[in-house]
Design a protein around this ligand. Structure first.
Ligand code: ZN
Ligand code: ZN
Length: 237
């Protein structure tokens, strides 16, 4: 089974966990465990991982979606716990992301284009004028389970690119959809774009915004999954 757990987030799902602005989730898979982003503060990530029984030693890959502090803030702490983690991050012009990590350079991969990590895990690179961003696609028997960080480059564009690159339908889409400052009409366009992709489940969170969450819930109905810290989802691999 593939188990996705949201471990760092600005909204709670389970009250014994700690909430804070930022995002991180863990994908536990027979072919390797992945942590996608690390949130902002080490104490909060550490405490939530412990309560959710996720051991940093069990993590094989770290994906940093983009350069913002609320997504890569605690990469350092995690690598101190487990220096064997293999890191993937988008290539940036300044290379600040790479410089901020104190590990052997052969464990760090700066991604310049879409690339598979293995048969199971695929990275999709998208760009806008200000940043490069990675999304993760995990192959399952029902299609791709996709995770995005903030989707600054556009959630519909990311979903479409994911489908075209992996040549598979998206089964579920998790993460920040970055619509928190968007107008109703822009949110409706995102709904239409994602409905065109025929995604079975969406679990928007983080920077998606309250208005967009309400509209998505209405429009996607049973396909909408609530997502907060401690939310867990199981998929057949
Ligand atoms: Zn961001
Ligand atoms: Zn963010």
């Amino acid at each position: 089974m593939l188990k996705i757990t949201t471990v760092y987030h600005n909204n709670l799902h389970q009250s014994e966990l700690k909430d804070d602005w930022g995002f991180s989730c863990v994908a536990e898979h027979p072919n390797g465990n992945v942590i996608f982003d690390t949130g902002a503060k080490p104490a909060i990530l550490e405490s939530n991982l412990k309560k959710l029984h996720i051991d940093p030693q069990s993590i094989k890959y770290l994906i940093i979606s983009h350069k913002h502090w609320d997504h890569k803030g605690r990469a350092l702490w995690l690598l101190e716990q487990n220096p064997n983690i293999i890191v993937y991050m988008p290539k940036t012009s300044s290379n600040n992301l790479e410089k901020s990590l104190p590990i052997n350079s052969e464990h760090i991969h700066s991604i310049k284009e879409h690339c598979p990590i293995s048969d199971t895990f695929h990275l999709i690179l998208s760009k806008n004028l200000w940043l490069n961003e990675l999304a993760l696609g995990i192959k399952t028997s029902k299609g791709i389970v996709a995770v995005t960080g903030c989707s600054h480059t556009g959630i519909v564009k990311i979903a479409k690119t994911m489908r075209l690159v992996t040549k598979e339908k998206i089964h579920a889409l998790f993460g920040g959809f970055h619509l928190m400052r968007s107008s109703k009409s822009k949110i409706k366009n995102a709904v239409i774009g994602l409905q065109d992709e025929d995604i079975n489940f969406i679990a928007p969170c983080h920077c998606t915004g309250d208005l967009a969450l309400t509209i998505f819930k209405e429009e996607f109905n049973h396909k909408f999954l609530k997502n907060g810290i401690g939310s867990q989802y199981l998929f057949e691999v």
